[in-house]
Design a protein around this ligand. Sequence first.
Ligand SMILES: NC(=O)c1ccc[n+]([C@@H]2O[C@H](COP(=O)([O-])OP(=O)(O)OC[C@H]3O[C@@H](n4cnc5c(N)ncnc54)[C@H](OP(=O)(O)O)[C@@H]3O)[C@@H](O)[C@H]2O)c1
Length: 353
Amino acid sequence: MSANTGTPATPATTDATPVIATGREIRLVSRPLGAPTAENFELVTTAIPQPAEGQILVRNTWMSVDPYMRGRMDDAESYIPPFELGAALDGSAVGEVVVSRADAVPVGATVSHFAGWREYAVVDAATAIVLDTSAVPAQAYLGALGTTGLTAYAALTEVAPVREGDTVFVSGAAGAVGSVAGQIARKLGAARVIGSAGGPVKAKKLVGDFGYDVALDHRAGAIADQLAEAAPDGIDVYIDHVGGDHLEAAIANAKVGARFALVGAISGYNATGPVPGPGNLFQAYVKRLNLRGMLINDHFALFPEFTGRAIGWLTEGSLHTEETVFEGIEQAPAAFLGVLSGANTGKMLVRLA
Ligand SMILES: NC(=O)c1ccc[n+]([C@@H]2O[C@H](COP(=O)([O-])OP(=O)(O)OC[C@H]3O[C@@H](n4cnc5c(N)ncnc54)[C@H](OP(=O)(O)O)[C@@H]3O)[C@@H](O)[C@H]2O)c1
């Protein structure tokens, strides 16, 4: 990553007429071919605009780093627009309101919004959500209490609903979604929960910390063989975060009528050509499988139900969560490269202040 200046950010005042201050942001300067590198990003110090009527100025304290952002680095049509070259990236963040020109969102409130990858953000107040941080820290709303946790919940309740006594397989099980998905599957009645992750340290955490009965290590051998051994009677539900060999293994080891939530396919995100589908897809009709893709945006109506349950789980201590934290806006590209390569356990976050 290149940095055009090392000037530190100057905090804005909480005054109604604040001094224009500067802040740092991360811009996309080139699009990757294959795996992204630090050179695709630039750290820039820029003036902070004055919030207009109805807007707030937020000092971002945490930002989320997510695998889907890899797709936005490409100039390709998708469900969300690509990042623009020469402009700051964006994504989920939380922060503290330092200037408000909107009655509904006072100075001092903690809010979530979508203008991450920068230290200060001017946001339309109507698009910001005021957070209750009395029982949980603000960054929980980027992880277990945010779309991350909701993704696990929606996958297991609406897309591939878990039934009492099911055997559930989750790939990417030590990651942000996966680390809560196994525990939620258990709460919903799963009898046996199998997770896969990369390396012995993560495999140990799956069983020791994230409530899985069995851990598969995708770096240690063929995932299909490991899954066959872990689920000799087959799986009822598969939450797919990886695609590729994991999806093929899940199809091979599925029971008749098994339900699959196709949540992500990170094994192909850096591919430079078409990614082959599972070689055994014909088994999907032999076994009458239900393979269902999902985008979390279609499940936002579940938020109140999910938040109510998840806050209870977090405060009573029955949902274990972890974070991998990079410090400072200048580390955001490294955090992003890290989430694609497995540097995280639990939610990957950048702390900005
Ligand atoms: N559909 C939706 O609306 C939605 C919403 C949220 C997330 N997602 C998707 O869900 C998945 C998980 O997201 P997340 O935010 O929880 O990320 P995450 O799991 O915290 O981070 C990604 C993880 O993927 C694993 N990985 C990378 N390359 C791999 C490979 N070739 N084979 C196996 N594992 C690999 C790495 O863990 P290991 O060290 O274990 O390999 C890495 O830590 C992603 O595919 C994401 O795009 C989709």
